[in-house]
Write a protein that binds this ligand. Structure first.
Ligand code: AMP
Length: 402
């Protein structure tokens, strides 16, 4: 039961033939010197584009890319993306430079079959991040229907996400958002048990809201990454120079008590890979036990911890994973994170990976294909799970239309 989609139309339910469909995508992919790195988000956008194309819609696509300061920031141009889309769709993708002009109208008038329009980076216009109605009016002036398939941007009240669907009342979501919400709902509505949340990454503070939300839903938490050291210190262990959020020690202490009071599992590291500094790979070594000496810091979970966590994960029927177990970008400190990915790959249950760094870690591990779902939106998936309303979805719900 996908409660999160209630009152929102799917692109399947819209009459799009011959209509101009303004399609908001998340094509925010890493690009270095004009070369696209991970193209997951482009590939994830294809089903909706292809569906609209087959239905005979006139498609105007748009996306943001990075955080450009102005139009002159050419490194944020969507040009490499337009080229890649054109190859993948076997169609002509016309990159329209002036995001805020209605010159697209004449192009749409004479649009050829197998031709699609892609607007340049919407963030080239300052109005985009200000949820400008003026900017949205330009887009609405030539569009009949609005479709949002940019899950990774739906937690932002920006013009192409929020102001525009207020003006275009015939609107809905694409297949990617539909899948993302259904997958995240499977973590909230009657999940199969045992259900474990694996949380890691840099900060406890970023994860508090999701811990709070999941506390009464999951059967246990597995904690790794830098955030584990705040918990270990709260339990009275020596953590050396490891990253600790001192102002969250009390919270961690209370959280440990609340988890125990509910008879739920809380797994914390029992050994570590440590070093004298985050870039001192030569001094990296494995500790024999949980305590860390004064001049070292924890940078990955150790082999005993890997075994402990993997065993627990093999038995789980549902797993939500958000945040790496260590500094996975450095090979010496990547083993713990990759071992978690392997344990999930070996599990046949429902395995959902949050976006951002966790998605990158799952990719780097080589086990990405064995996950049930890897979210394309880091911030958006966490916000949705913790119960926040995503502006990009709320504006499409029938009851909130003005
Ligand atoms: P987040 O965005 O909160 O998921 O954090 C991801 C970042 O946390 C990654 O860049 C990791 O390198 C970093 N990280 C994970 N474990 C540690 C650690 N033990 N010490 C320092 N940084 C870490």
């Amino acid at each position: 039961m996908a409660t999160g989609l209630k009152g929102i139309k799917s692109v399947r339910d819209l009459e799009v033939t011959e209509k101009v469909v303004f399609l908001r995508l998340d094509l925010n992919v890493p690009i270095v010197d004009g070369i696209i790195g991970d193209e997951t988000r482009i590939l994830a956008s294809l089903p909706t584009i292809q569906f609209l194309k087959e239905k005979g819609a006139k498609i105007v696509m748009c996306s943001h890319l990075g955080r450009p300061k102005s139009k002159e920031d050419k490194e944020y141009s969507l040009e490499p993306i337009a080229k890649r889309l054109s190859e993948l769709l076997k169609a002509e993708v016309v990159l329209w430079d002036d995001v805020a002009s209605d010159g697209v109208k004449s192009l749409l008038h004479n649009m050829k079959k197998n031709q699609l329009v892609l607007l340049e980076n919407v963030r080239f216009e300052a109005g985009e991040t200000k949820d400008s109605e003026e900017l949205a009016q330009v887009w609405a002036s030539y569009s009949d229907i609005y479709v949002n398939d940019a899950f990774g941007a739906s937690h932002r009240a920006h013009s192409s996400i929020h102001a525009l669907p207020k003006l275009l009342k015939t609107n809905g979501i694409g297949f990617l958002i539909e899948k993302e919400i259904n997958m995240l709902d499977s973590l909230l509505d009657n999940p199969k048990r045992p259900y474990l949340a694996v949380l890691g990454g840099a900060k406890v503070s970023d994860k508090i809201a999701v811990i709070e939300k999941l506390l009464d839903i999951v059967d246990g938490f597995i904690i790794g990454g830098a955030m584990a050291y705040t918990f270990l210190k709260a339990k009275g262990h020596a953590v050396g120079k490891s990253l600790v959020e001192s102002d969250k020690l009390n919270y961690a202490r209370q959280m440990i008590e609340r988890i125990e009071a509910r008879n739920k599992t809380l797994l914390l590291p029992v050994d570590h890979v440590v070093s004298t500094g985050i870039s001192d790979t030569k001094a990296a070594r494995t500790t024999a036990e949980v305590n860390i000496s004064e001049n070292e810091l924890g940078l990955d979970i150790g082999p005993k911890t890997i075994k402990l966590y993997s065993t627990a994960l093999h038995e789980a029927a549902t797993v939500f994973w958000n945040g790496p177990m260590g500094v996975f970008e450095t090979p010496e400190f990547s083993k713990g994170t990759f071992a978690i990915a392997k344990a999930l790959a070996e599990n046949s249950g429902n395995k959902i990976v949050g976006g951002g760094d966790s998605a990158a870690a799952a990719e780097a591990s080589g086990f990405a294909a064995q996950m049930t779902h890897i979210s394309t939106g880091g911030g958006a998936s966490l916000e949705y799970l913790q119960g926040d309303k995503l502006p990009g979805l709320e504006i499409l719900r029938t009851k909130v239309r003005t």
